[in-house]
Design a protein around this ligand. Structure first.
Ligand SMILES: N[C@@H](CCC(=O)N[C@@H](CS)C(=O)NCC(=O)O)C(=O)O
Length: 119
């Protein structure tokens, strides 16, 4: 029987939101199983684990889903205390991190429809 990884990532190759999570997992040295999603034909697993937004990335840890890339980054940092930390420890610097990360996300980087149109 194959090894069952406790961490699974539902992602899509062209998504910067997914890359951000993959980078965090790699920086922390966390082993994970990657599952590529076809956003034009979403899997039952994606619809089940992210019923609100139906978007990637979704991190599944011990069967429990975490969605939204910034939420996932904070979860990874809280759950795996191994270095390097992803977020600063100082509350002011954490707030600044959240501001700029949200600012970046609000700049309208391509979502599903734009990516599908481009391909
Ligand atoms: N705010 C979300 C954005 C995630 C997102 O927009 N994902 C896109 C891929 S880049 C997606 O799954 N789109 C599917 C859809 O719009 O139906 C996050 O930070 O995780």
């Amino acid at each position: 029987m194959g090894e069952v990884k406790e961490v699974k990532l539902l992602g899509m190759w062209a998504s910067s939101y997914c890359k951000r999570v993959e980078l965090a997992l790699k920086l922390k040295g966390i082993g994970y199983e990657y599952v590529e999603e076809d956003l034009s034909d979403k899997s039952q697993m994606l619809l089940q684990y992210n019923p609100v937004h139906k978007k990637v990335p979704v991190l599944i840890h011990n069967g429990r889903p975490i969605t939204e890339s910034l939420v996932i980054l904070e979860y990874i940092d809280d759950n795996w205390k191994t270095s390097p930390p992803l977020l600063p420890q100082d509350p002011y610097h954490r707030a600044t991190f959240r501001f700029w990360a949200n600012f970046f996300d609000q700049q309208g980087f391509p979502g599903r429809s734009e990516i599908i149109k481009a391909n």
